[in-house]
Design a binder for this molecule. Structure first.
Ligand code: FES
Length: 75
């Protein structure tokens, strides 16, 4: 499993980096995660699908930050 971590005002998001269309790895591009295989776009903070052929958003995992360390809490 590979996760992309994104820090926002509400905390740290951990989003699965494998595109829900055909499994390519997404890459950060500003506030979005982009799959360059067939150009699906996702929200970095929520994993929500914004556009493109991906059928759903990216799975997101709850996190907790304690003393500068980030813990993934659930699947
Ligand atoms: S594999 Fe990501 S859009 Fe097709």
């Amino acid at each position: 499993m590979k996760l992309s971590l994104f820090r926002s005002a509400s905390g740290v998001s951990a989003v699965d980096v494998y595109c829900t269309h055909a499994g390519c790895v997404v890459t950060p591009e500003g506030p979005e995660l982009v799959c360059k295989c067939h150009f699906s776009y996702f929200d970095s903070a929520t994993g929500a699908r914004k556009s493109g052929p991906a059928p759903t958003g990216l799975p997101i995992f709850a996190t907790s930050e304690i003393d500068g360390e980030i813990y993934i809490l659930s699947s």
